[in-house]
Design a protein around this ligand. Sequence first.
Ligand SMILES: [Zn+2]
Length: 426
Amino acid sequence: MNDHRKLGRELGLFDTDPLIGAGLPYWLPDGAVVRHTLEEYIRTAEREAGYQHVYSPVLGKRELYEISGHWSHYSDDMFPPMELGREPDGEQAREQQDGGQQAREQVVLRPSLCPHHAVIYRSRTHSYRELPLRMAELGDMYRSELSGVLGGLTRVRAIHLNDAHIFCTLEQVADEAGAALEMIRRAYEALGLTPERYRLSLPGPGGKYVAAPELWERSTALLTEVLDRSGLPYEAADGEAAFYGPKIDVQVVDGAGRESTLSTVQIDFHQPGRFDLHYIGADGAKHRPVMVHRSIIGSVERAVAHLIEEHGGAFPAWLAPTQVVILPVSAAELPNAVALAGRCSRRGLRAEIAGPDRGSLGARIREARLVPYQAVIGAKESADDLVAVRLRDGRRLDPLPAEDALGRIGSLVDAHRTDLWDEPTG
Ligand SMILES: [Zn+2]
């Protein structure tokens, strides 16, 4: 099976260094292209679905997580707080006199983006006419994983999360959660991924969940309705809920057969109350919104790890670090190869020239076996402005005008298609 750690290093996508630390991978240029393209896909899909993007800081005061409930329910997974090393200012000194509390400020590396987004929502007055308000961010969060479980991109301490929170009325929850599930389905199609299973994650025994039986029942009923309406097969699992509510998890399996969650849709009645969120209803009174937490691809790290393993490094063309490799048969075709590379770049395609100095044509084709499109230019093609396109899967197309070839490759890439050519080839 494909191990993403081995492939990631061989293909120059990412690596780690003991001096930076375990669970803190860095991205090499080709990996950065994949990641950037994936993030752009997500941002575009979110914009089209009516989401608004925000940025929020990776740090927050300890108090923020005390209010959200992370401090009491999730602290095992959090890094220890940092005490800011300055003397108490006037206000804190007064507090110290009053109650002896928090002489120095403590800040925490955030374990999730939810509290920041709740505070951003609260910073403005909202009318019912603005709901559903969909707030999205691709942001960093941190998890204090033990060294023993860290590896590659699947278990990391610094996580770049594709996150969003939808603030809506109770009547809007099922539609919003259903639409999020549909975004996930479309993304998997574009990424060429198949979920292992959909899981309705419910609470289990133990004290890590907030106690509010009636709210748990209501959100479980809503998620069940969303799943039933979607027609997707799913299984319920106890002990897998978030501490604040049940969730729909989209499960994938890695090369070693280990299952993990990539995407998720959650319904939360807890944090809107904790942060005292409200909107002004048609009746002019204050009402409490519901929060839907959702992630289309989960963490960028885990998503890319899964993509590497699933495709063995042969990413869908729109994600591939190099989309077109240009292969001049001899040095005589080099000027045309350079010109074609320029046309690719103007068309928004990522192209690279592998010239005859890099070995025989056969050797260069083998070396470029993960590149979706291999454009061969011989003497005949060069004279007539043609290219002989070979597809990564071994298919060879008849020589066609360079402009046609680039136009067709470009439209497949723009449409995030996973098939390499759009008509049967001989
Ligand atoms: Zn959240």
